[in-house]
Structures are given as C-alpha cells and as structure tokens.
Design a protein around this ligand. Structure first.
Ligand SMILES: CSC[C@@H](O)[C@@H](O)C(=O)COP(=O)(O)O
Length: 364
C-alpha cells in the first residue's frame, strides 16, 4: 500500500539482495522508521519485540530469518537451531510454524551449498503468495460489502467494525480484514470503519487508524467497550476481524476482546466475519479453547501508556494504581458458532469442519 504516495510492503529485500528491511511497528503512529535485519537473531528479536506482528507477517519474517541463517551457516544443525529459536518467539499465530515448516521442506533435501539461494527464493515466494492470497480475500469479502451497499440509500456508508490490526501492516500487503475494505473504497463504495482501539497495545488506534487514514478510508477510533452499544443502535453493518489461528472446526483465535465483539454481534444479528489466509488454519486441532496456546505478555503493556507530547517527545507514563497486579492475555477464542463465515482466498466458507475441509482438501 502507499505511504505518502510511495508504494510499500511491510518486508522486503534490500538492494544488496541479502539483508531484509522491515517497518518498525513499535514506532507507530508517530514515526515511520525501518530497520535492517542482518542475521536470524535480528528476525527473532523483531518478532518477539513486535517490531513486526500480525500472523502472516510473523510467518514472512520467520521465513527470511531462516534465509539469513542459511546464508551464514546452512548446516542441518544450524537450521534446526534457527527453527527452534524463531518458533519460540510467539506462541499463538500458527503462520509462524507454517512458514518455518515450509522453509524446512524447501531446504532439507538440498546440499548445504545450495540452501541459501533456495531459502531466499522460498521466503520471497511466501511473501508473494501472501499478497496474492490477501487480494483474493479482498475480492471475496468485497462481494459481502457490495451486497450490504446495494440495500443502502445512495451515498450511505457501509459501517464495518474491526478489532486489532489485520491490515496491510499485519501482512506483507493489503491485509486480511482490510483487503475487502480497501477494495470497496477503491471501487467507490461509501465505507466507514469503526476501529477498536485494542488495548493494551492499541494496534487499532495506532496501526489500523494510521493505515486507513493514509489510504483515505473514513474511520472512527472507538474505545474497546463501544462496539456493543453501536450494534444495539444499528450502527454496525458487519464485523470483519483477522485471526492468529483457526481450528479445523472453525474456532477462531484472535486478539483479546474479539470474543466479546462476536457475542455482541450475535445478540444483535450483526454478521461476524473472519478474514484469513489458509496458512492460519491449524488442521491438527479441533478445539480452540482447549488446544490453542494463549500468549501472556508483560504487565507493563497494561500499566503503561506511551504517546507523543506537544513538543514531539515520545513519553511513557504509568496509568494503573501502583502495586496492583495485572493480567495480560493477548488473545481469546471465539467459538465457531458465533462466526458467520470465514473469508478465505477460496471464497467465504462456513466455520465448520466439513466446509473447511471441502475448501482446502489438500491440507485437511
Ligand atoms: C492478518 S493479522 C491477524 C491477526 O494476527 C491480528 O488480528 C492480531 O491479532 C495481531 O496480533 P498481534 O499481537 O498484534 O500480533
């Protein structure tokens, strides 16, 4: 997508054809800075410290992490250690394991001397595939938005609610939840997005709002607890969120708070869609509540807030009563029964085992 008129992706190979550039997402929304990854460990730290985040981008960064390792030491031992190190960075998004497995599959049967080139080629393919998948998700989700727009008065916007950031910053490009939104906007359909701020890290307020604003999409940032009220008053036509891991039976794990939005949507008859690329489906599990590991993060994310002062200084302040214990669960699980449909690269699929298996027979 474009930033101030210049096309960007979230991750790319530098002119030297080996070092990898990423956008440092911890600096948003106040600064646009990029960081160079020169070794596997740089990639692991970028994922762990959330310079990159969002399930597909975590996978793409891990893929390049393996390529950086293969360039320095392509031995079986070094690649296995790199796999373990990268895999341990974040537990919930399954795209991480998917991308690492893809890299191992691509490298395993080749002599060490050929592995670096193959690794860079496969990492680049994973990025290209992600872009193509998100465009397909966009086209499929666009049909849902068009159907709602067709019932509106001329000029009346379709109101979409989204949670966290499943936008282009969470993927290589386009985003999952945002791809249909960008396509609707670009196609002249009036659209307005309610952006959940998404405490504690504020991915909605700092990332989704930033990217929608730069693309000219009308949006309003709302405190996380507002969605239910808006739905009760007919101000949300549909919800579209992303996911970090979806089970073979359609349970959806996404940023903490997604479940509450799904409950509110269910109670108010608002369609609740989840946009996802197939690498986010974990075909090895069926029960999202019991089987998906939920990342627990530092309490500092809850007790502190970072922002910019009037004179341009970035400052962090405490917002919780000193000494109070805090809990910081990063994700929750929305059971399949609350999901209206999964917007995938192969169409809108029912959130149930047989339908998912029919759509992706080669993986089920
Ligand atoms: C297309 S991104 C889907 C999800 O990864 C996204 O909704 C999300 O929850 C991101 O969480 P984050 O903790 O910022 O990595």
């Amino acid at each position: 997508m474009k930033v101030d008129g210049k096309p960007y992706r979230t991750i790319w190979l530098n002119k030297d054809r080996w070092s990898v550039e990423i956008i440092d997402q911890t600096k948003f929304p106040h600064r646009f800075e990029t960081v160079t990854l020169r070794a596997m460990d740089d990639a692991a730290r970028a994922i762990k410290d959330m310079l990159v985040r969002g399930a597909p981008l975590i996978g793409a960064t891990a893929a390049y992490g393996m390529a950086l390792q293969a360039r320095i030491d392509p031995s079986d031992e070094a690649l296995t250690a790199a796999y373990e190190r990268l895999h341990a960075t974040r537990p919930t998004a399954i795209n991480l394991k998917w991308a690492l497995d893809e890299m191992m599959k691509a490298l395993r049967n080749f002599p060490p001397a050929e592995r670096a080139k193959r690794a860079y080629d496969r990492a680049a393919e994973i990025c290209e595939e992600d872009v193509a998948i998100n465009q397909a998700i966009g086209r499929n989700g666009l049909e849902l938005i068009k159907a709602i727009a067709a019932k509106k008065k001329p000029g009346e916007p379709v109101n979409v609610l989204t949670h966290c950031n499943a936008g282009w910053l969470a993927t290589v490009d386009w985003g999952t939840a945002t791809a249909p939104i960008y396509m609707a906007h670009d196609g002249g359909i009036p659209i307005h997005v309610w952006v959940d701020e998404t405490r504690p890290r504020n991915q909605g307020a700092s990332l989704t709002a930033w990217e929608l604003g730069h693309h000219g999409v009308k949006h309003t940032v709302i405190p996380d607890n507002t969605g239910g009220h808006l739905m009760q008053h007919g101000l949300v036509d549909l919800c579209i969120v992303g996911t970090d891991r979806t089970t073979a039976s359609g349970d959806v794990c996404n940023k903490i708070g997604t479940y509450l939005k799904a409950l509110a949507a269910h109670d108010n008859g608002v369609p609740f869609y989840v946009a996802l690329p197939s690498p986010t489906i974990d075909f090895t599990i069926d029960d999202g509540l019991k089987q998906i590991p939920i990342e627990q993060r530092s309490g500092d994310e809850v007790t502190k807030l970072t922002g910019i002062t009037k004179d341009g200084r970035i400052e962090t302040v405490d917002v919780v009563a000193p000494g109070s214990p805090v809990a910081n669960y990063a994700f929750d699980v929305t059971p399949a029964k609350y999901v209206t449909g999964l917007i995938t690269e192969r169409g809108v699929v029912k959130a149930e085992k047989a339908a998912i298996a029919r759509a992706f027979p080669e993986r089920a």
